[in-house]
Ligand binder design. Sequence first.
Ligand code: ADP
Length: 388
Amino acid sequence: KRRIGVLTSGGDAPGMNGAVRAVVRMAIHSGCEAYAVYEGYEGLVNGGNMIRQVHWEDVRGWLSRGGTLIGSARCMTFRERAGRLRAAKNMVLRGIDALVVCGGDGSLTGADVFRAEWPGLLEELIKSGELTAHQVEPYKQLNIVGLVGSIDNDMSGTDATIGCYSSLTRICDAIDDVFDTAFSHQRGFVVEVMGRHCGWLALMSAISTGADWLFIPEMPPKDGWEDEMCNVITKVGTITCPKSPIMKCANPLCNQNRKERGKRRTIVIVAEGAQDRQLNKISSSTIKDILTQRLGLDTRTTVLGHTQRGGAACAYDRWLSTLQGVEAVRAVLEMNAQSPSPVITIRENKIMRTPLMDAVKETQDVTQKIHDKDFAAAMTLRDAEFKE
Ligand code: ADP
């Protein structure tokens, strides 16, 4: 029986368990055996009981569970060829020659490196006497298929990564909660959300909650953004006092105008990787100080942190991870030596296969990433001028 391994690697994301469940069950359904590799590449390098056969009922109830139940890790040893040699040996000893990897672009790059080196790794293991040619013979080809698990939605070539909608849902819920208290006390809140390089979560949560202003890494604001932000928040220059210069924002009375218009709460969302055009970090405390000092607005900061990562997978991530896990096993079984490793994507609601390294390369090209997803949404937002 063919043996298919599955592992989760890099940052955990809700929906990873649904993906593992689907891979395990589809593998068994297709007449194969399924193996879970624990703690990401660490399990592959260390072998032993970190690679375990998984049966149909072992993954029961996993669809809704957050995080990853088979563990994830950043594994330095797998970055070295020596680590990948140990991983190859463990796989041959366990009879596994197909791997479904669920992780971010780093994890998928690692998987592709491993596949490219595979024949060379086996030759080296024979030469050093660690394996015999006879042992290696049935496992000449390694099949790798990627699934993108990431809360950031930071992979090109796919409309959504497994986990991003669960995270977005949690962020929106948290901002709704903050809205209530902001409204009660007529306060401003600066909410920091995850996204070191990719502002998708910040952008989508700003649209979904009707936030007043937004900072994302892909679109550093132009110089003088402080005035513009204050202006939009108070609407001094456009609605309340059309004749007053922007500098009027320094006048605490502007805050009065804002209140007079019945605006009781102000929300600014900032992605953790936001910067200005001089590459200075725009932090939640910087924004808070500006709102407090210029507008006299009682402002608090809320850093949502790891609550954005944990928790049950939302419905979207449950079906996405299930359909993609099923497709990953299909892809494993249809691959030949010539076919490039695929990553399973979703485009216009269709589950598809895309060459893994094409998606990774596009992702690393930041410009492409902006045009790919964020840019269109950002333009929509700008058109709407963050209307309340
Ligand atoms: P993510 O998958 O979320 O992008 P990382 O970039 O930290 O997270 O990658 C996760 C793991 O994948 C690393 O700890 C390492 O074991 C493996 N990995 C990443 N890049 C490579 C690479 N170029 N070669 C080999 N392994 C890699």
